[in-house]
Design a protein around this ligand. Structure first.
Ligand SMILES: Nc1ncnc2c1ncn2[C@@H]1O[C@H](COP(=O)(O)OP(=O)(O)O)[C@@H](O)[C@H]1O
Ligand SMILES: [Mg+2]
Length: 228
């Protein structure tokens, strides 16, 4: 059966690309056909692949074209809606949905990384949540381990529900021994978040500093996440 997930985060910089690449690389290394997509990437100067899309493409180990993997690229490091206002370009939402549908049909499992968090606007009426809603695919929410994450994670789950999007699970990222010593909130955060949201924590991923990007890193991340 073909599967697909939309990976969002409680904020920008929480580790969406890191986790998405880990999952994609882990499945690809196991011999699955893996699709990836970053429908809109902002903050990219110059020609060629933007950073997030390239990391995902590298991890997925397929030969999908750049225009399929990352249909919209903008130079200013701002939300997609702001980027369209600054550039005068428009985003054709139906083209994103068509390309995502094609990628999902090509591969056994597909991971689509959003830009920023779930309420980030694409235009006056659409937000990131409308991509998984239209595709009818569930979310993986990447959140921080430490203090502040309960509020951010619960709000993200509530927003998903309000837009009619299912949440497959939450991945708590950047856990560490050092964090456990200086931030006792992280001992209790997973259980409290599960209780408050009724969404399973499907992985707790530590800060990995020793490994370079590649199969060893992807496997070490992918192995810590249980996808249904
Ligand atoms: N578990 C982790 N261990 C080590 N570095 C991480 C981990 N998670 C994220 N990072 C690093 O933190 C930075 C932000 O992560 P990134 O995946 O780019 O966030 P996002 O895609 O949500 O903006 C990157 O430099 C990334 O390599
Ligand atoms: Mg990213």
């Amino acid at each position: 059966m073909r599967r697909a997930y939309f990976v969002t985060g409680t904020d920008t910089g929480v580790g969406k690309t890191f986790i998405t690449a880990g999952l994609a690389g882990h499945y690809a290394t196991q011999g699955h056909s893996v699709g990836v997509m970053k429908p809109i990437e902002t903050g990219h100067e110059g020609p060629g692949w933007p950073e997030d899309a390239l990391k995902l493409h590298h991890a997925a180990q397929n030969d999908d074209e750049q225009d399929m993997v990352v249909p919209y690229i903008f130079q200013p490091p701002v939300s997609p809606w702001a980027a369209t206002k600054m550039s005068g370009r428009v985003i054709d939402f139906s083209a994103i949905i068509q390309k995502a549908t094609d990628i999902m049909a090509r591969h056994q499992i597909t991971f689509i990384e959003g830009a920023g968090g779930l309420a980030v606007p694409i235009d006056e009426t659409l937000t990131m949540a409308d991509i998984p809603r239209q595709l009818q695919i569930p979310l993986i929410i990447v959140s921080r381990s430490g203090l502040g994450t309960i509020n951010h994670t619960v709000l993200t789950v509530e927003y998903a529900k309000s837009r009619g999007v299912d949440v497959a699970g939450i991945v708590m990222n950047q856990h560490s021994q050092e964090l456990m010593k200086r931030d006792p909130s992280c001992w209790h955060n997973p259980a409290i978040i599960e209780k408050m949201t009724n969404v399973p924590i499907i992985g707790v991923v530590p800060t990995v500093s020793a490994l370079r990007e590649g199969p060893e890193l992807w496997t070490s991340v992918g192995e810590k996440i249980r996808l249904g």
